[in-house]
Design a protein around this ligand. Structure first.
Ligand code: FUC
Length: 820
């Protein structure tokens, strides 16, 4: 009786929560003006547009996912192979500066240092006599991925709507007024490219054609074509060579398509003009309401999978820029839910199956020479973009990244062979649309060779979340290939009983005691990466029942990797020798890769390493670049310290320029390195999910890191490894009130929760015992750590948890309630 009452109450609150979706808008009472970071991003993974919402001089800044400088090229340095033994010897002799110098001469690429993601241009709309307006409003509604601008002039309300259709591959703009004959404007294209061809064509059509830049000796060969065709209700249309003017129409619809000649990283044989025309023709005959309905029909099934409600306050009545300015001093929990959902919106809008992965700026860039070329830095940034994909129930949007990994395994094969004489494949710390895998940017940064190791683990993660064995089968050669590389590349350290990665580094950081050089042997992160690479290849071979001999050889190698170590400052050691400085505030804390996103450090299995990781986090400090703070939110969630995670979120959700030490957020809620990098948005979205649900350590851990500020709330739709879906969960005073979990694959569901619970309905919920038999929720073994004699680790105080097992049936849903 009591249980069914509880359940009814729960279902009622669920309905209220899921209808409480009003706060899914970014809105402003001022136009963007000249500031790109005020404009609002829309996109469909192929076309990106920044909508300025300027009244008399509207701008849609346009991008297309394959518009990159250069053309197919490779940047391997074949001199590396001869120099390798000498570079290694110098490192082993402690001659780090000399090793770095030799690596600069012989290993680093003398060719392209990676190509640039470039803009297409702008669509500009000029509205005569629209200077004096009132009641201005613009917004981005992330519940339907549509932007809107409205204002009043002389009693006439003007409205603009825009979206980049997920269904039709075009940007759609509607201009209207609430009185007939009031829609008048002139449209034109501009482009920052060299010699763009801009012209009006038959019908009411504008065309912009261009070719991307030559860069670092690689000829720019991506040809792109943007077409804009419009139709009106009433009014007149006139043209010049390069402009189209609409006069006194009731309304106008503008359709923009953009295409390039890009087929794949090694083929530019497409016909951009035919493609642009085909996409445009297909969309043009549909009426506006149909286009919009089709777009929303594709968008909402993705977006609506997750509902998050932390409750709301009056702060929601303020424009988004004011909420951002006030967030760290006000109670505005729904702003955080909005920010979380915005991360999911950005992933849906910048990463679609068949397209390019979200780059350093997603798909939004106005600069011909963007910071870091807006390319893929794979020593953290590009991976971080995809942390929300599985856990926030957007698994299929992982595909562009996973495909990139497959492509890197093709191009990186040559790099492994030519540069290191090794089997398999590898990548250094950066890549681009041409999937280059050479070492770039100087040895200090670019000597790192873990790009293949890290990116390949996303393939394995996708498998753990979906249990899809045919996928595992298809990517097994890639997992095997990266393991083969390290099996060949590892070398005996002369002073330690270990096999090590050499040369390598702990990304972009250097201990003072190594002459300021980053180049090293056996950095902790490199060891952790190789550990994951070998372990996942072994597990995959066991699941697929193949390659037993190879797997056995990897097992032998695993035993020879350096274990993690705790150093004299009670820190997790970053390098093989204990040379960390507790005053080091470097943004990269790469050795905590083992804590997150990997799963090698745990409070339950390796408490000393866990305690050391906490000290490392404390020593490194909080405020840093945007992505670094995004990573820290995830780490503090793993520390089960919700308040510290929340503190990092408030540092991140601070307007740019206020934090001492970097980071912050722009008015359009883009994350700031600064400048804008989208990784911080995605990192923080992932971190918020990790505060509510984690699925490492062999269990689905609910509410692992709830901060005081979010002590009650509701979430539905997060995913756990093992393909368990948290259909809904409600908590109060940080305790679990009720949770419903769907088991998509069946198997043992091990639950870790903050309070005692009971199962509603049939099934037997038992106290957990022994190893979790569910292979997708496995616990990796970690070598016994070495603890420095000088370390004095405090015991960790963690909240008590309850651990249960439930044998689930495939497809069934289970509800748990707080035990009375
Ligand atoms: C790495 C970071 C920088 C920046 C760049 C794109 O090099 O160290 O902070 O995020 O990537």
């Amino acid at each position: 009786m009591e249980k069914s009452f509880f359940l009814t109450m729960f279902l009622l609150t669920t309905i209220i929560y899921s209808q409480n979706s009003i706060d899914l808008k970014l809105w402003y009472d001022e136009p963007s003006g000249e500031t790109w970071e005020n404009a609002l991003p829309i996109g469909n993974g192929r076309i990106g547009a920044m909508v300025y919402g300027n009244v008399f001089n509207e701008v849609f800044q346009l991008n297309e996912h394959t518009v990159w400088s250069g053309s197919p090229n490779r940047n391997n340095n074949p001199n590396a192979l001869d120099a390798l033994p000498k570079v290694r010897q110098l490192i082993f002799d402690g001659e780090y500066k000399a090793a770095e110098q030799l690596a600069n001469e012989k290993i680093m690429s003398k060719k392209s240092q990676g190509q640039m993601f470039q803009p297409v241009g702008n669509l500009e709309l000029n509205f005569p006599k629209h200077e004096n307006f009132e009641n201005y409003h613009r917004d981005l509604d992330i519940s339907n991925a549509t932007s809107k601008t409205s204002y009043i002039i002389n009693g006439v309300t003007y409205t603009r709507e825009a979206f980049v259709s997920l269904a039709d591959r075009v940007l759609v703009i509607k201009l209207s007024a609430d009185q007939p004959g009031k829609t008048s404007f002139t449209a034109n294209f501009t482009s920052p490219h060299l010699d763009p061809k801009i012209e009006t064509q038959e019908d009411a059509q504008l065309s912009l054609w261009g070719k991307t830049s030559d860069h670092e000796g690689v000829e720019g060969k991506v040809e792109f074509n943007a077409l804009m065709r419009l139709k009106t209700v009433k009014g007149s249309i006139t043209k010049t060579d390069s402009t189209i003017t609409v006069d006194k129409a009731d309304s106008a619809i503008l359709i923009v398509s953009i295409a390039t000649n890009f087929n794949s990283y090694n083929d530019l044989g497409g016909d951009e003009m035919q493609r642009a025309k085909d996409y445009l023709d297909a969309a043009f005959d549909k009426d506006y309401e149909q286009l919009k309905a089709d777009h929303i029909k594709k968008y909402q099934p993705l977006f609506n999978r997750v509902v998050l409600d932390f409750g709301s306050t009056d702060a929601v009545k303020s424009p988004t820029d004011e909420r951002l300015a006030n967030f760290r001093n006000t109670k505005d929990p729904s702003f955080l839910a909005l920010y979380f959902q915005y991360g999911r919106y950005l992933l849906i809008s910048s990463s679609q199956p068949g397209g390019q992965p979200a780059n350093l700026q997603g798909i939004w860039n106005q600069s011909m020479k963007p910071a870091w070329d807006s390319k893929y830095t794979i020593n953290i940034n590009a991976e971080m973009n995809y942390w929300p994909a599985e856990r926030t129930n957007l698994s299929e949007l992982h595909e562009p990244f996973l495909t990139m990994v497959q492509e890197l395994s093709e191009t990186g094969k040559e790099t492994a062979k030519v540069m290191y004489g090794a089997k398999g494949w590898m990548a250094h710390h950066n890549t681009d649309i041409w999937r280059t895998t050479g070492a770039i940017d100087g040895a200090f940064w670019g000597i790192w060779n873990g790009g293949g190791a890290w990116t390949s683990q996303h393939l394995w993660e996708h498998y753990l979340y979906t249990g899809d064995t045919s996928f595992l089968q298809s990517i097994y050669p890639t997992l095997k290939g990266v393991a083969e590389f390290y099996a060949d590349f590892l070398v005996q350290h002369p002073n330690y009983p270990y096999l090590v990665v050499a040369p390598g580094n702990s990304p972009e950081n250097a201990p003072e005691k190594h002459q300021g050089s980053s180049i090293t042997a056996g950095s902790t992160m490199d060891n952790q990466l190789v550990f994951d690479v070998f372990n996942t290849a072994i597990k995959a071979s066991e699941i697929l029942g193949k390659d037993a001999a190879f797997a056995n050889s990897l097992k032998t190698l695993l035993g020879k990797l350096p274990p993690m170590q705790v150093g004299k400052h009670n820190q997790l050691q970053e390098w093989l020798d204990d040379v960390d400085s507790p005053k080091d505030h470097h943004r990269h804390i790469s050795h905590l890769y083992g804590l997150f996103p990997s799963n090698q450090i745990s409070p339950y299995r390796t408490p000393k390493l866990f305690a050391a990781s906490k000290n490392t986090l404390l020593q490194r400090g909080d405020v840093s670049t945007g992505w670094s703070m995004g990573w820290k939110v995830n780490w503090w969630a793993k520390m089960q310290d919700g308040n510290h995670a929340y503190k990092l979120i408030t540092d991140q959700l601070t307007p740019v320029g206020i934090n001492q030490g970097g980071g912050g957020t722009y008015n359009n809620l883009f994350d700031a390195h600064p400048p804008f990098q989208i990784d911080g948005n995605f990192g923080c979205t992932s971190g918020i999910a990790e505060m509510l649900l984690q699925s490492t350590d062999g269990a689905v851990h609910l509410l692992p890191a709830v901060p005081d500020a979010l002590s009650k709330g509701y979430v539905g739709g997060l995913k756990a490894r093992g393909d368990f879906e948290l259909v809904s969960m409600e908590w109060k005073d940080k305790n679990l009130l009720v949770a419903t979990v769907k088991s998509n694959l069946g198997g043992n569901l091990r639950l870790r929760v903050p309070n005692a619970i009971e199962l509603v309905g049939t099934g037997t919920l038992k106290n957990a015992e022994g190893e979790n038999p569910n292979p997708l929720l496995y616990v990796p073994e970690t070598a016994v750590p070495i603890i420095s004699k000088e370390a004095t680790l405090e015991n960790l105080e963690l909240e008590n948890t309850f651990l249960y097992d439930l044998e689930t049936e495939k497809g069934r849903t289970y509800t748990f309630i707080m035990k009375k």
